[in-house]
Design a protein around this ligand. Structure first.
Ligand code: KIV
Length: 271
């Protein structure tokens, strides 16, 4: 796999993603944190870069995303935005940076001014008003539901969500309410594949899955997992470097496998 065949030819926008969903074309997201990796993602045909608060664990050495601050996020969004002008950049709102509408407005504006094209925040129905207020003021939002790692202390660990009927119904409702509030993308983390499939089919907005089966409109993986840098990789991830000749090849193979439906395979899916 070489860059030339996969490089993005034009800038990705929310409209691009919407059209891809309509045309049943999968798009690809990578969570990464610096300029050289962003440039490589663009060359490999990755449409969306998530500057995730996972950087707390993958880069900064914390044991959860809870200690991540706005300053950490801004520093890495700025770095990523210097590496690409064709990938859509999604900046994660860190823990407690959107606890009130006022904080959400101020902090989302800071991420957009640092180079993000949209923000991502974790939360279900309760976050709908925040999504609406941001959206009404021109800030696109990706709403992240299912396993929301900022709530790890509430969940009591990193666990698959929506396994029983009530919690599955709640996730369906969360998705509907967030879309109605103006969310532009829905990210589903660690939910059973059938539930993710049902939610994706109902949504007009694109869905991005991680540990959410193969029926979402896109997949996201963390760059450290793609490159085999994680000591105990999650079940839903895959080390693409193992069967690639170098790092650019690993990223290009990830892109290709998502687009042709080879990733995720059965062993990466929660039933
Ligand atoms: O922070 C992050 O990288 C994320 C992904 C794991 C979805 O939220």
């Amino acid at each position: 796999m070489s860059y030339a065949s996969t490089a993005l030819s034009k800038a990705t926008t929310l409209l691009t993603l919407k059209k891809m969903k309509e045309n049943k074309q999968k798009f690809v997201t990578v969570a990464l944190y610096d300029a050289p990796m962003a440039a490589m993602a663009e060359q490999s045909g990755v449409e969306v870069i998530l500057v995730g608060d996972s950087l707390g664990m993958t880069v900064l050495g914390f044991d959860s995303t809870v200690p991540v601050t706005m300053e950490h996020m801004i520093y890495h969004v700025e770095a990523v935005s210097r590496g690409t002008n064709k990938c859509l950049i999604m900046g994660d709102m860190p823990f407690m940076s959107y606890a009130t509408i006022d904080q959400a407005m101020r902090n989302a504006a800071r991420l957009m001014q640092a180079g993000a094209h949209l923000v991502k925040l974790e939360g279900g129905e309760w976050a709908a008003d925040t999504v609406k207020q941001l959206s009404d003021r021109g800030i696109p939002v990706c709403a992240h539901i299912g396993l929301t790692p900022q709530s790890v202390n509430k969940f009591g660990g990193f666990r698959v969500q929506g396994r029983d009927k009530d919690s599955a119904q709640q996730l369906i409702k969360d998705a509907q309410v967030l879309e109605a509030a103006g969310a532009d993308i829905l990210l589903l983390e660690c939910v059973p594949d059938e539930l993710a499939c049902e939610i994706s089919a109902q949504m007009r907005i694109p869905t991005i899955g991680i540990g959410a089966g193969r029926d979402c409109d896109a997949q996201v993986l963390v760059i450290n997992d793609i490159l085999g840098l994680t000591a105990q990789p999650p079940k839903f991830s895959k080390n693409f470097l193992l069967e690639s000749k170098d790092i650019p090849d690993a990223m290009a193979n990830y892109v290709q496998d998502v687009k042709n439906g080879a990733f995720p395979a059965d062993e990466h899916i929660f039933k």
